[in-house]
Design a protein around this ligand. Structure first.
Ligand SMILES: NC(=O)c1ccc[n+]([C@@H]2O[C@H](COP(=O)([O-])OP(=O)(O)OC[C@H]3O[C@@H](n4cnc5c(N)ncnc54)[C@H](OP(=O)(O)O)[C@@H]3O)[C@@H](O)[C@H]2O)c1
Length: 258
């Protein structure tokens, strides 16, 4: 078996939430480059249209759909539209997420609510929508995007860390119930990658200090999550479920190593 055939996604239909920016945009591109037809979901439709055109110009197939992940009707309609165009979704990348850093004492109720709504409630609801359809249509793979803040905490990021810790437990619970039904559920826990969610912070003096604390001495670079994604989405990962792949340059080891 060659690596290219093991990781090939020809015939897959992959729906990526948060495809308008950052990691999600990259996930959609790499899935398309490896044969999947991709469904691009986020609120900023003009960005999805642009990405869709880029993917199609490169020989892929893409469908941009404007939807807010907290709106269950919009998400159900996105799956309907995906199915009508490409057939049943076989891969879900549950990637849409937000971070609104605030100290615990100053944290606003709306920050807590919005973070949990998008990073947790919508992840579970979108996975449920996908899983019901996958079970009915013969199986699939769900990849949830967690964080190293699923494991550790950082000052000013309580709501985000709580949401991402819960995503891991949800991943395990879904995996357990869905394993006999042909649906695998796994997570990727990235360390820091510069995107719109954190670019200002990572470029600040505190961010630069943090990069020096990463054992590899830097943050992640575009493309460094491709391997984990392809493993979990393709038949290369056919016996992997309930797992979390940490991709962080050793960041989580730093506490033990210092
Ligand atoms: N970058 C990192 O260092 C890092 C590390 C660990 C984990 N992560 C996780 O990776 C994921 C992607 O983050 P990123 O770094 O790529 O950030 P980003 O560039 O800010 O992208 C976030 C994406 O989520 C979408 N989104 C947010 N709220 C949404 C909603 N209500 N409905 C639909 N889409 C929504 C945004 O699209 P619209 O605004 O167009 O809707 C955007 O496409 C997040 O779950 C994040 O927590 C990132």
């Amino acid at each position: 078996m060659t690596a290219s055939s093991l990781f090939d996604l020809t015939g897959a239909v992959a729906l990526v939430t948060g495809a308008s920016s950052g990691l999600g945009r990259r996930f959609a591109r790499v899935l398309a480059e490896n044969g999947a037809r991709v469904v691009l979901v986020a609120r900023r439709k003009e960005r999805l249209d642009k990405l869709s055109a880029e993917i199609e110009a490169a020989g892929g197939q893409a469908l941009p759909i404007a939807a807010d992940v907290v709106n269950r009707d919009e998400i159900a309609r996105a799956f309907d539209a995906a199915q009508a165009r490409f057939g049943p979704v076989t891969v879900l990348v549950n990637n849409a997420g937000v971070a609104t850093p605030q100290s615990f004492l100053g944290m606003r109720e709306e920050t807590w609510r919005q973070t949990l709504d998008i990073n947790l409630d919508a992840v579970v609801a979108t996975a449920q929508e996908a899983a019901r359809r996958m079970v009915a249509s013969g199986g699939g793979a769900i990849v949830n995007i967690a964080s190293i803040l699923s494991f550790g905490v950082q000052k000013g990021n309580l709501a985000y860390a709580v949401s991402k810790a819960a995503v891991l437990q949800a991943t395990r619970a879904m995996a357990l119930e869905l394993a006999p039904k042909g649906v695998r559920v796994n997570a990727i826990a990235p360390g820091y990658f510069s995107t719109e969610i954190n670019a200002d912070y990572l470029a600040s003096p505190q961010g630069e200090a943090m990069s020096r604390a990463v054992p590899m001495g830097r943050f992640g670079q575009e493309g460094e999550l491709d391997g984990a994604l392809l493993l979990l989405a393709s038949r290369a990962g056919s016996f992997i479920t309930g797992a979390t792949i940490v991709v962080d340059g050793g960041h989580m080891l730093a506490i033990a190593g210092r």
